[in-house]
Design a protein around this ligand. Sequence first.
Ligand SMILES: C=C1C[C@]23C[C@@]1(O)CC[C@H]2[C@@]12CCC[C@@](C)(C(=O)O1)[C@H]2[C@@H]3C(=O)O
Ligand SMILES: O=C(O)CCC(=O)C(=O)O
Ligand SMILES: [Fe+2]
Length: 366
Amino acid sequence: MPSRVSDAFRSHPLHFNHHKHLDFNSLKELPESHAWTATPLDHYPCTDPINTTTTESVPVIDLNDQNALDQVGHACRTWGVFQVSNHGIKTSLLHEVESAGKRLFSLPIEQKLRAARSPDGVSGYGVARISSFFPKLMWSEGFTIFGSPAEQARRLWPHGYSNFCDVIEEYEKEMKQLAGRLMWLILGSLGIAQEDVKWAGPKGDFTGAIQLNSYPACPDPDRAMGLAAHTDSTLLTILYQNNTSGLQVLREGSGWATVQPIPGALVVNVGDLLHILSNGLYPSVLHRAVVNRSQHRLSIAYLYGPPANVPISPLPKLVGPTRPPLYRPVTWVEYLDTKAKHFNKALASVRLCGHFNKALLAGDDH
Ligand SMILES: C=C1C[C@]23C[C@@]1(O)CC[C@H]2[C@@]12CCC[C@@](C)(C(=O)O1)[C@H]2[C@@H]3C(=O)O
Ligand SMILES: O=C(O)CCC(=O)C(=O)O
Ligand SMILES: [Fe+2]
């Protein structure tokens, strides 16, 4: 088993031919390669009709509100996602990172491919990692940054990469701080304090990745998919979306709810590792990105995880005689490796209590 996040995908490389990377802006029709077809893999183990939509709104929480703790707890239990305002990240930094993303994606395809993510790597330009589980391609391109952005940025702009790096590094620093604050707020809403999480002491080396997602305007949006339904393999994810909607979350019992962009707000969603840590009390949220005919959409996700090699398991305080531990311990690296292999069955594959067996994994068609 690899021990570093950067090595998590060694055993499941993602091979994509460069000719599959399209210059989206030059296309007047949706190519067959991108005409999305629902597959059984779209269907997670949930009871909802998968294509129903709802007009319900994701909770918006003012972090300065004195009831923020309770509101966060309620949102995590019932939605697995919420938007935050008064989060302390300067609007100017959000705009700068948005411009940096736009600058990157508007480069010619040949230039972007110079920073292509290697098949077994984490950082760089390419299609979403989960693409290999689907017969058709998604209408999006992505750029993943894990650790320093310098190596990839130098390939994109050999003579002028420092501005991009400065903005990304500043964003990483600010996001890491906010993600820590949000994690303790979320755990606090479960009655968990810092001393209850031994591995998360002051030296706890939490890690984060930045995922820039670009969704060009699409000539046939109803037949395309920006980013297929998935949960994040994180503790939590903080997402900045520009003023174009596209993010949808699955609301149990109701269907897909659009997360309307609110200027300056950030979207926070529960990831699979928080789902495990909370012993299933705060379920990770299934989400996807749809595309539209006239507007380019950009989103920037900060994927926040625990120290790479710490076994994550249900917190002892959330386990008891009436609530046995639902998941076995798993490190972030091991979980990313499992996700790369089993995608939507990864969480079930680490579940205890006989809810899952090897026969289910045998159905993987990856
Ligand atoms: C830390 C990570 C989580 C992620 C894989 C990655 O190494 C970096 C990219 C992340 C992302 C973003 C888009 C959706 C997703 C499922 C994917 O394909 O790449 C997530 C991965 C994840 O959360 O499993
Ligand atoms: O673009 C979006 O709104 C969703 C992005 C996302 O889910 C991700 O990067 O993990
Ligand atoms: Fe996501």
